[in-house]
Design a protein around this ligand. Structure first.
Ligand SMILES: CC(C)(COP(=O)(O)OP(=O)(O)OC[C@H]1O[C@@H](n2cnc3c(N)ncnc32)[C@H](O)[C@@H]1OP(=O)(O)O)[C@@H](O)C(=O)NCCC(=O)NCCS
Length: 181
């Protein structure tokens, strides 16, 4: 199997790319037999990605495995005044907020189609997504269990800043200023 990753700009998100993103989202988060899952995936590409792609610092990476879209990763510059930054400012301890929140790179999601998991694709997507980022800090929230997401981020320099920020999710931070690459 051969996987390549490529950056996709906002202007390059055409019908074909929207369809690929929706298919990965549906396979990862939905039940393809349910109409509501299809609607959810459609909403992701027609509303969420459209809105997020207008934000400063938007970066989207698409993985293709043997000619088929297999995963995506994206984020943007998080700023005070946006929903998640403002929510975090109330939910995280003040010292964490002061050091980490605002003008950070907000890693929204890394998603790999279940049929392509366990082949290092998330690692490729992650490394390309954070490569050369101009921000000093990066933030994300995910479940800190022993699963793939915790392994993925834990092995790539991310630290748990707040163990329980949103139900079972932890707030993770990556100090980009500390990078050697
Ligand atoms: C998390 C996710 C992106 C991982 O995708 P993937 O392509 O299978 O991951 P990779 O093969 O690149 O593996 C990443 C790391 O997880 C480990 N891993 C993979 N599958 C695992 C599993 N089932 N259990 C535990 N660890 C696992 C790998 O060994 C690797 O660790 P390493 O970097 O120390 O070698 C994928 O499971 C997914 O799409 N999940 C749903 C969406 C999600 O939760 N995204 C993260 C939230 S931001």
């Amino acid at each position: 199997m051969t996987t390549t990753v490529q950056a996709v700009t906002r202007k390059q998100i055409d019908a074909e790319i929207r369809q690929a993103l929706a298919a990965i989202y549906l396979a990862a988060y939905g039940d393809p037999s349910l109409p509501e899952s299809q609607l959810d995936a459609d909403n992701f590409v027609t509303s969420t990605i459209r809105r997020h792609s207008r934000r400063a610092g938007f970066r989207l990476i698409l993985a293709t495995t043997d000619g088929e879209a297999s995963g995506y990763a994206y984020g943007f510059t998080g700023k005070r005044g946006q929903f998640w930054s403002d929510w975090l400012s109330g939910a995280a301890p003040a010292d964490i907020v002061e050091t980490w929140v605002g003008d950070h790179f907000e890693l929204v999601d890394i998603v790999v189609d279940p049929k392509h998991r366990g082949q290092g694709i998330a690692g490729l997507l992650h490394d390309r997504l954070v490569e050369g980022l101009p921000q000093q800090k990066a933030l994300l929230a995910t479940t800190p269990d022993g699963g793939a997401a915790a392994r993925l981020y834990g092995g790539r320099g991310w630290q748990v800043l707040v163990p329980e920020i949103d139900g079972a999710k932890a707030l993770y931070g990556l100090d980009l200023a500390d990078r050697t690459v």
